[in-house]
Design a protein around this ligand. Structure first.
Ligand code: SAM
Length: 229
């Protein structure tokens, strides 16, 4: 499914991630990948589908978070007077690169980059929108419940979680770890999230075609604890 050079780069990325243990939640491995330029996931520009949602006015306004933002193209692409965007990444190298690439951008007062671990970060305010692309598949699968808990903690009660689900496949190992819609449902339903829509991503890039789905999630007004009474 992947081109040879990409496969080699993914193999090298997995090797580094699994042999570097200098930080909680795999941060040391990710930092090493960034330092060595092992970033086969990086599209070199904004994600076409996110750009499309932005341009068609289909994204919530207000405060947005992009966890595991990497080089931050998506952060810059959707920032503006109506939406303040925070790009967060555990790798200082990635964050420095994102800052360098974006500092002279005309929208620079509408976004910021933060070096932090998603699982232990404590944002000062809740978010109207969280967009996850290639972050869920990057974390160890045993962290997925914690991922969903954190999403519920830092999203406003009426906020929206948008997941661009990738890679939908049946390969073994990772990162990227394989994902399925039910993998998301399994951890998001207990947190009270329900899918508003799940659609194929017709704008997926190159080898990602037919391996991505867009999921839009909101919480029902009754909390899971109350509805169980
Ligand atoms: C596969 S890359 C995707 C980057 C970006 N979303 C993209 O598509 O270009 C995953 C990113 O998540 C970051 N990351 C991994 N674990 C993290 C954590 N616990 N908290 C924040 N960022 C993390 C890595 O440093 C890496 O930049």
């Amino acid at each position: 499914m992947m081109h040879n050079s990409t496969t080699t780069s993914v193999d090298a990325l997995q090797q580094v991630i699994h042999t570097t243990h200098t930080h909680t939640n795999g941060g040391g491995g990710w930092e090493q990948c960034w330092k060595q330029g092992l970033t086969p996931w990086d599209l070199g520009g904004p994600t076409p589908l996110l750009l499309h949602l932005h341009r068609t006015g289909s994204l919530p306004k207000g405060r947005a978070l992009l966890p595991g933002c990497g080089t931050g193209y998506d952060v810059v692409a959707i920032a503006g007077p109506e939406r303040y965007v925070i790009g967060l990444d555990i790798s200082g190298h990635a964050i420095n690169k994102a800052i360098q690439l974006s500092s002279s951008h005309p929208n620079s007062s509408y976004f910021t980059f933060l070096e932090a671990d998603f699982f232990t970060c404590h944002p000062t305010d809740l978010f109207d929108l969280i967009f996850d692309y290639t972050f869920f598949c990057a974390i160890e699968p045993h962290l997925r419940s914690a991922w969903a808990r954190k999403m519920a903690d830092i999203l406003k009660p009426d906020g929206e979680l948008i997941t661009l689900m990738f890679p939908i496949s049946d390969h073994v190992g990772g990162p990227p770890y394989k994902v399925s819609v039910s993998d998301y449902e399994e951890v998001l339903h207990p947190m009270g999230f329900k899918a508003i829509s799940i659609t194929d991503n017709e704008l997926a890039v190159g080898p990602r075609k037919a391996r991505e789905k867009l999921g839009r999630w909101k919480r029902s007004s009754v909390s899971p604890a109350k509805s169980a009474l």
